[in-house]
Structures are given as C-alpha cells and as structure tokens.
Design a protein around this ligand. Structure first.
Ligand code: CA
Length: 226
C-alpha cells in the first residue's frame, strides 16, 4: 500500500510518516499543496492523508482538484479546524474521513486501516443507466455528459429509480422511499414529480429513459436500444 501524506508542519509530518511506515505502508511526503497535487497526479495512491492549512495550494483546493480529476483514492483530512460547518464542507468536497488536531497516532492508524479496508470501490457512488449518471455522493446528475439541475425531491426520485433500473415502482412504493412520514398528500404527487423529471431528464434527449407502466407505476429503462 502506498500512501501520500501532505502536511507542512515538518515535525508532525515526520512523526506521522514514521507511524505509517511502522505499519509497513510506503509513504510519500509533500510539504505543500502544489507538491501534493504533483504527486497525486503522478502516482496511484491507495490513500491520501491531507492537512488543510497548506502553503502554495490550500488543502481544500487540493481535495477538490483530486476529486475533479476523478481519482477514487480515499482521503483522510487532518486539520486544526473542527467546526461542524468545516467538516460538512470537506465531506462535500470529497473527504472520506476527518481527524482533528491534536490526534492520537493510534486513532490515525485505525482510521487509515478502516479506509484502506473499504478501498476505492466505496467511492464509486455513480449509478449509470444508459447515458444517465446519478452521483449519490455529490448529488449531481448528468446525461450525455451534460449537467442536469434537479430539486432535492426530483433528485431523490430519480436516484430511487436509477438504483433499480428495469424495475417498476408503484406510486405508494415511491412515496414511501422518497417522501417521509410527515407526507400526507395524495399519491398523485408522484405523477407531478415524474412530469418535472421527464421535462429535465428526457425531453431534451431523443432517447427516453423514464417509463410509465399504466396502472402500475414508474421505472427507468434498463437498457436502451441505440
Ligand atoms: Ca498545516
């Protein structure tokens, strides 16, 4: 396993690198964000340990660049910043775990091992149906590479259908999965949302993916004949 450690505090960097090497990991070290970016582009790491407050290129920007370049490497963020807002922000930017300084090395090692056990597969959050892509992590939807903007409910409905292509869901099943217990409206709300979804996901494209099965419900096409 080859790890990248991006940390500018030299002493801490040495200690963390030593602790990781003691677990028999190969560890490359970058002491600023730009160097971290160069290394992240050059090698396929199994995991990246990333400090946020970095010279040259801030850790957050590095995190975003790595995710934008579609690298599925697990990323553990180290930082002195610890507000919930910061944490949420970084998870959204693509961090897989978070450790607040000061931390115990034993905890760092434990988290590194847990992330490595999960491996890169956990990152493949993208559901694909034909040319439609639904990213369950970023909540972004693309079709034919084009970004489609959806409301939260439209997204939830599409994600539910995309997770089970080929299956047809009744309005009641859809309500139960996409709305919560506080929902007291009528099941025809589903028809309304499917209509919205169609106008964004299907109407601009020649091939239609959303299926209506009369008297049964809705589904997404399993395979589309080209
Ligand atoms: Ca730092």
């Amino acid at each position: 396993m080859r790890l990248l450690l991006v940390e500018d505090e030299r002493k801490l960097c040495e200690l963390v690198a030593r602790a990781l090497r003691a677990e028999s990991y190969a560890v490359d070290v970058a002491e600023d964000g730009l160097r971290g970016w160069e290394l992240a582009q050059s090698y396929e790491y199994d995991l990246i340990v990333l400090d946020l407050m970095l010279p040259q290129l801030p850790g957050e920007e590095l995190l975003r660049r790595i995710r934008r370049s579609n690298q599925r490497v697990p990323i553990l963020v180290l930082t002195a910043r610890a507000t919930t807002e910061d944490k949420v922000h970084n998870f959204e930017a693509g961090a897989d775990d978070y450790l607040t300084k000061p931390f115990a090395f034993a905890e760092l090692i434990m988290r590194v091992k847990a992330l490595l056990r999960r491996g890169p597969i956990s990152r493949s959050s993208v559901l694909r149906v034909a040319d439609l892509e639904v990213d369950r992590f970023t909540k972004q939807v693309r079709r034919g590479g084009r970004r489609i903007e959806l409301t939260a409910k439209e997204y939830a409905l599409l994600e539910y259908l995309a997770a089970n292509p080929g299956r047809v869901f009744s309005r009641t099943m859809i309500i139960e999965h996409v709305w919560d217990q506080s929902f007291e409206g009528l099941t025809n709300i589903v028809d309304v949302y499917v209509r919205h979804l169609r106008s964004k996901v299907d109407d601009p494209f020649p091939v239609k993916l959303i299926r209506t099965v009369r008297g049964v419900g809705y589904g997404l096409a399993e395979a589309v004949e080209q």
